[in-house]
Design a protein around this ligand. Structure first.
Ligand code: URP
Ligand code: ZN
Ligand code: ZN
Length: 474
């Protein structure tokens, strides 16, 4: 009998801390050996010339998140996870969204039904709390946290999701007592509403005005408010999808004061600008780039890099939230053509996250390859209670691996994407560095643009509490 099911031979293993020439031995879906040279496997993959890195973990994706009355998402668990694997990811954390009035437990049960038998990669669920009633905060949420849904997101904007300050404080207090990690969408509801109505009165309804309706200071104000609420309750918080200098500086300020405030940023904030929302000469193609917070400007890219390099941001996620551009329920519905406020918010990105960060970050000398691994995999596993099962290459970890060609030049194009949307916002972007093989628990699941994993091969992850949250009972 062979010693290993699989040996990945001849590659350069990269973790968040080390870079080494080593073979990787896999048995029973786990990494069982790392050595200069290994022999005796059922299957050997030649990784010479390639980087051997932990599979990407994308801790912020929206898949099959379809509340009644909203535009239908372009990805279900099959297409979303297929796209993830093709992009070198092995684990996703999508959101089970609580519509107001709904039982959180029912929401989670229904979301499992969406994922069961479909997901091609491993996955856990965050929760989205829109209705923090006494029974939700008193019973349902604590029970779900105990069951492995150990993080949840709250929104400071959007009509059907916004929590007021009192509700935010109640929810933060619940996170404190249960040991959950809170993720905050920080944009100020009233300011956006005011700006939107004013712009509409002025006839400024083109998708570009989406960006004008929610300027950086609206994000800065909400970020500061969330930080203050977190400080009052003495609970750690994660500010997600930070778009530019203003919010980044708020998080840095909080961190410098010793507060447990964490930060996430995304590819759209180093690769797109508000000008993209103008489309081709203020035509409707600008709708393709409508997401919240909106992309800013090239100076904001520099601020985001400053935050990445100085450790303000722990995670680099896609905020994959795909809609189709043309066709029923897409970005260009008849209603959406009447005002930017009806264009569904969100863009696809799970398949291009790694390439964009690698190319602009490692390729252009802004970050090391080890920082790349930390930002795209290891820190997600640590932040959201999946470490040391996921997030690194070492004995005992799941054999979730991406083989990465650091020299491969590609142009991002919709025709080579694997998701359910009909466009990529990064069309035409040239990148250097590309995933050539993805391995999930020791099985090759994607190779050179072909995804081979059968539907349902992904496993649900019951997550531990985040070590970054308040320990339960503290
Ligand atoms: O526009 C975005 N980002 N849509 C996804 C929902 C969210 O706020 O993350
Ligand atoms: Zn959000
Ligand atoms: Zn999101």
């Amino acid at each position: 009998m062979a010693d290993y099911d699989l040996i990945i031979a001849g590659g350069t293993v990269v973790t968040a801390t080390d870079t080494m020439r080593a073979d990787v031995g896999v048995r029973g879906g786990k990494i069982v050996a790392l050595a200069d040279r290994l022999t005796g496997a059922t299957k050997t993959i030649d990784a010479s010339g390639l980087l051997v890195m932990p599979g990407g973990i994308d801790s912020h994706v929206h898949i099959s998140q379809n509340p009644e009355g909203a535009a239908r998402m372009a990805d279900d668990f099959i297409s979303g996870t297929r796209s993830a694997l093709a992009g070198g990811n092995t684990t996703l954390l999508p959101f089970a969204l609580q519509p107001r009035g709904a039982s959180l437990r029912d929401v989670v049960t229904k979301y499992h039904a969406e994922a069961d038998g479909k997901a091609l990669c491993d996955y856990g669920f965050h929760l989205i709390i829109t209705d923090p009633s006494p029974s939700v905060l008193g019973q349902e949420l604590p029970a779900l946290i105990e069951d492995g849904y150990t993080s949840f997101k709250v929104f400071m904007t959007y009509d059907d999701m916004v929590l007021n300050d009192r509700q935010l404080l109640e929810v933060f207090d619940c996170a404190r007592s249960t040991g959950a990690l809170v993720m905050v969408h920080a944009e100020g509801y009233d300011s956006i509403k005011f700006m939107t109505e004013r712009l509409e009165r002025q006839g400024k309804t083109h998708p570009y005005y989406h960006a004008v309706s929610r300027p950086e200071l609206v994000e800065r104000e909400a970020t500061h408010r969330a930080i203050s609420h977190g400080e009052l309750i003495d609970v750690p918080i994660m500010i997600v999808h930070i778009s530019g200098r203003e919010a980044m500086e708020q998080v840095r300020w909080a961190q410098q004061r010793g507060l447990k405030v964490y930060g996430e940023t995304c590819p759209q904030y180093i690769a797109l600008t508000a000008d993209d929302l103008k489309g081709l000469n203020m035509d409707e193609t600008g709708a393709k780039y409508v997401c919240s917070p909106p992309p800013r400007d090239a100076a904001s890219w520099d601020a985001i890099w400053e935050g990445i390099r100085s450790g303000v941001f722990q995670t680099f996620s896609s905020d994959h939230c795909p809609f189709i551009y043309e066709g029923p329920g897409g970005k260009l519905s008849p209603q959406a053509r009447t005002s930017f406020k009806w264009v569904p918010n969100g863009i696809p990105g799970v398949e291009t996250r790694l390439q964009i960060l690698y190319s602009k970050g490692v390729g252009e000398g802004r970050i090391t390859v080890n920082e790349f691994v930390a930002l795209t995999s290891t820190n997600h596993a640590k932040m959201y209670g999946m470490y040391p099962q996921k997030g690194s290459i070492g004995v005992g970890f799941d054999a979730d691996i991406v083989l990465w060609d650091p020299n491969r030049r590609e142009v991002i194009r919709q025709e080579i994407m694997h998701g359910g949307s009909d466009y990529t916002p990064y069309e035409g972007m040239a990148v250097t560095g590309w995933p050539v093989m993805t391995i999930l628990r020791g099985q090759v699941v994607a190779e050179d643009g072909r995804v081979t994993a059968p539907a349902g091969s992904g496993q649900f992850l019951k997550r531990a509490r985040s070590p970054y949250a308040v320990p339960k009972g503290a």
